[in-house]
Design a protein around this ligand. Structure first.
Ligand code: BGC
Length: 351
């Protein structure tokens, strides 16, 4: 009797536990299904493109190419930029979701804070692609970028191949940008053994808030006020390289110090021709923009994103990723790369 009662009780409590389990799981299951199921096929998908800035040449190109590629594939794209303001980026995401976009493509200002955007979007069944920069600690749907650690390795290797020993200045980008950390990681993969062996001495190691060239210039001025015995500046992008070169020029040192960069910005290509910047890393933005647009449409149609063959850990999951190869550019191959691909015209770079 006792055991029967016990069984009934156990049975009942198990049943009620099952019911409450179902009640707990159901909403989650529903959301999961919602977030995994393709959006209903429709004439024209609405995609929100949340950018950090449109003030740099590279991001204007990204916007133009992404919008063109997505429109060609049948989407209409709403673009906004938050000008390095995290609260504004969140508000812009909420506004897009309220308007009923079908998918979000995000260039995060802050790779951690934007996890909130992913959570809010998923709660509405809207999938999110991180564009160029990773969004950390969330169930991000896709990451489309370049091999950013490789970018850093290419920058450092360029210097190592030309400088057996010497003094270095390291100027990284925005610490809030996961890419800036990856560039530095790649640079150190190559530089650390030479630093450890004493062949290289790091005179200064700094980061430029929000990738501001003016900050890079200030850091370089500080380094030069300590010593002018500097043989190389590992600047993580062309904007910061430009700032550093201005400071070098003030001391009459522009062109006498190796300076790296990234983005193949027109101004940087012209500095390469003038001899004040040594190299840049060319990242074919059209491939990135087209891959992101194609993936967006595939996700919306519930198709497999067949190009997502990589996986990048974001602290929570291994995010399915498309990573494109970057290319080193200096005076020896600028015609065969940047110019041959129509990134800039010969006339714009050389005249
Ligand atoms: C991008 C670089 C760019 C930098 C500043 C990084 O996340 O990968 O190409 O120069 O942001 O905008």
């Amino acid at each position: 009797m006792i055991s029967l009662n016990h069984q009934v009780l156990v049975g009942e409590s198990r049943r009620s536990a099952q019911i409450s389990l179902v009640m707990t799981i159901l909403p989650g299951l529903f959301l999961l299904l919602l977030s995994c199921s393709p959006r209903v096929e429709q004439d024209r998908y609405r995609v929100g493109f949340l950018m950090e800035t449109l003030k740099e040449e590279r991001w204007q190109r990204d916007r133009n190419l992404f919008v063109a590629a997505a429109e060609k594939l049948g989407a209409e794209v709403d673009v906004v930029a938050c000008n390095h303001d995290d609260n504004l980026q969140l508000a812009q995401a909420e506004a897009m979701l309220a308007k009923g976009v079908d998918l979000l493509v995000v260039v995060p200002h802050n790779g951690d804070i934007c996890a909130t955007i992913v959570r809010k979007a998923h709660a509405q069944g809207v999938r999110v692609i991180a564009y160029d920069r990773l969004i950390r600690n969330c169930d991000l749907d896709l990451y489309v970028s370049f091999d950013n650690e490789r970018v850093g390795e290419l920058q450092a290797q360029y210097v190592v191949d030309r400088l057996p020993r010497g003094n270095l200045v390291l100027i990284g980008g925005a610490k809030t940008d996961n890419n800036a950390l990856l560039f530095r990681k790649g640079q150190l993969n190559v530089l650390q053994p030479l630093i450890d062996s004493g062949l290289y001495r790091v005179i200064m190691d700094q980061w430029a808030t929000d990738w501001q060239p003016a900050e890079a210039m200030k850091h370089m001025e500080n380094a030069l006020s300590r010593t002018t015995d500097i043989q190389a500046v590992i600047a993580s992008n062309d904007g910061t390289a430009g700032g550093a070169i201005q400071a070098l020029a003030e001391k009459g040192l522009a062109g006498r110090v190796l300076v790296t960069g990234q983005d193949a910005e027109l101004a940087a290509c012209r500095r390469i021709v003038a001899g004040t910047q040594s190299m840049t890393v060319y990242k074919p933005i059209h491939r990135l923009a087209e891959a992101a647009a194609e993936a967006a449409i595939q996700i919306l149609k519930g198709q497999v994103v067949h190009r997502a063959t990589d996986a990048v850990p974001n602290g929570r999951i291994d995010v399915p990723s498309i990573l494109i190869e970057p290319v080193v550019v200096d005076i020896s191959n600028i015609r065969q790369t940047v110019i041959a691909e129509g990134f800039h015209s010969e006339h714009a770079i050389f005249d």
